[in-house]
Design a protein around this ligand. Structure first.
Ligand code: MG
Length: 257
């Protein structure tokens, strides 16, 4: 009997709460999000993507590496390739495979990189026993941050990067390094796993000096590094995203309907 009474009181309380619940609205007047058709399956470009490589040719890039059977292979010694188009903040999808024939070690094994202007997301064969410094292994922000986990696939197997890059806002200062109004941020998902979570980029990812911001344009090319190893790339696309992630100005107070 006691149990029944408790249940009844709870039920009545729930009913009362439901009856008095009001619909709270933020008061922010959002503009209607644009409709964008997503790709058919994971990895396919959505309708608003800029295609950087779809298997045909490297016409979106400043020069050619080897293109065969829908795949780009780095031409060692030819230098890095960069997009003709320049970008600010972006979402990038790229697929890569480190060489199936394992050669070299440490930074000499399957090394390349995805650069947003001067900032590198490392590409390396970090599968198995290839030891290197952790903030230089695959999916690191070179010499700034090690990935949270190592989700590398075997040499020769296709891997994916989905990278969100928010450009820095720099103010030029005569004769000095620029003033950093807002640093760059980067998030990296490798093979569907979050490995770099909203890392605040500390500056250019130099090899031989600590990171530091140097002046560059708001929009920069995206480039792929030639580090002397014949990596493969395919299915590369990018979406421009808003530079500024702040909410619209509050035009009215929050209210209840
Ligand atoms: Mg590299």
């Amino acid at each position: 009997m006691k149990k029944l009474t408790v249940l009844f009181v709870l039920f009545a309380a729930c009913l009362a709460a439901t009856a008095s619940a009001k619909d709270w609205r933020s008061g922010i007047e959002w503009t209607e999000p644009k409709v964008v058709r997503p790709g058919e399956k994971y990895g396919d470009p959505p309708a608003d993507a800029v295609i950087l490589f779809d298997g045909k040719d490297m016409s979106a890039w400043n020069k050619e590496w080897d293109v065969k059977d829908g795949v780009i292979t780095v031409k060692p010694g030819s230098g890095s390739v960069e997009t003709k188009q320049k970008f600010g903040s972006v979402q990038l999808h790229i697929e890569f495979a480190t060489p199936a024939e394992v050669k070299g070690k440490d930074q000499g094994r399957g090394n390349s990189g995805v650069f947003f202007g001067p900032y590198e997301v490392q590409v390396l064969d970090s599968y198995g026993d290839n030891k290197t410094y952790f903030d230089g292994q695959c999916a690191s922000i070179y010499k700034q941050r090690a990935p949270q986990v190592n989700v590398c696939r075997k040499p020769g197997e296709w891997q994916t990067y989905d990278i969100i890059f928010n450009r820095p806002v720099l103010k030029a200062v005569e004769g000095k390094d620029p003033e950093v109004i807002r640093p760059a941020y980067v998030t990296v998902i490798q093979n569907g796993v979050l490995v770099i979570n909203h890392h605040e980029i500390e500056g250019i990812t130099f090899y031989d000096q600590p990171p530091a911001y140097k002046w560059h344009d708001e929009r920069v090319p995206i480039s792929l590094q030639d580090h002397g190893n014949p990596l493969k790339f395919r299915n590369i696309w990018v979406r421009e995203i808003p530079d500024d992630n702040t909410k619209p100005k509050q035009t009215k107070k929050p209210y209840y309907l």
